[in-house]
Design a protein around this ligand. Structure first.
Ligand code: ADP
Length: 251
């Protein structure tokens, strides 16, 4: 049997006295399409950063395809939160995508190879925006910019793709396009995205996790009202798990 893409064991991460993740354990199968939902401040971004080894664990471990975090050579693509990016930076789409081809420790005046340029153009094609290659990022819509960020992550040819709130700043049509793009990419890589939006991507994921400091649920993409109440610490009206939506009872 294949190694799981991720195996997270008793992971705790703190910022000073603030425990952002408390004793999280779960594993993610190779080829999974996992949606992680939870309220703001619930530790979703921290979990992605812990997987990327960008924040240290207080205790516990993350294994990537069976290898300990920090000592594996598996490529993990990361699409950060859109809202944290400076869209006014004077740079074109292709230049942003090419940064996904930079080595871990780039030298000053790094020169991209023909292969880098070929890959950057190819991933722009794959995400459906080859015509935007020379456009300044300041002149993109939210949905177009999100596709650029996905293309940049794809340019490093990842085996696992992590996305932080991939549809938070995009319109409904772009949201649909992004999830159908992720469906397509999932035939080649394991995908994990986090969101505070219960409805985002619910009909696309193969499995679901609910995170609010601790892992409240991990399993089939179907939610019960008790899980949602534990997750948000209060009753929530409408949830979707696949098609069609289900409305929770009165509370
Ligand atoms: P989410 O992505 O679910 O909104 P985060 O992982 O961003 O949650 O945050 C989890 C908790 O950790 C929050 O209480 C947040 O304030 C805190 N936190 C996140 N990043 C930092 C940081 N760099 N320094 C201190 N506290 C942080």
């Amino acid at each position: 049997m294949n190694n799981p893409a991720l195996n997270i064991r008793n992971l705790t991460v703190s910022y000073g006295n603030n425990v952002a993740l408390s004793n999280i354990s779960f594993s993610v199968d190779d080829g999974d399409f996992l949606g992680i939902i939870g309220p703001n401040g619930g530790g979703k971004s921290t979990l992605l950063k812990a997987i990327l080894n960008l924040v240290p664990a207080c205790s516990g471990e993350v294994f990537v395809y069976g290898q300990k975090n920090g000592s594996h050579d598996v490529k993990i693509g990361y699409v950060p939160q859109f809202a944290l990016m400076d869209k006014q930076f004077p740079i074109t789409v292709i230049e942003v995508v090419l940064t996904g081809r930079l080595p871990k420790k780039p030298t000053p005046f790094h020169k991209y190879s023909e292969q880098d340029i070929y890959v950057a153009e190819k991933v722009l094609n794959n995400v459906g925006i080859p015509h935007l290659a020379q456009r300044k990022i300041s002149d993109l819509s939210g949905g177009e910019f999100q596709k650029v960020l996905i293309a940049r992550a794809l340019a490093q040819k990842p085996k696992i793709l992590l996305l932080d709130e991939p549809t938070a700043s995009v319109d409904t049509a772009s949201r649909r396009q992004i999830f159908s793009l992720l469906d397509k990419l999932n035939s080649k890589m394991t995908i994990i995205f986090v969101t505070h939006d219960l409805l985002a991507g619910s009909s696309h994921v193969k499995s679901l996790a609910c995170l609010n400091n601790t892992l409240v649920y991990h399993g089939e993409p179907e939610l019960t009202d008790s899980v949602v109440q534990r997750l948000y610490d209060c009753p929530v009206d409408l949830i979707a798990h696949g098609v069609p939506h289900r409305v929770l009872g009165k509370h």
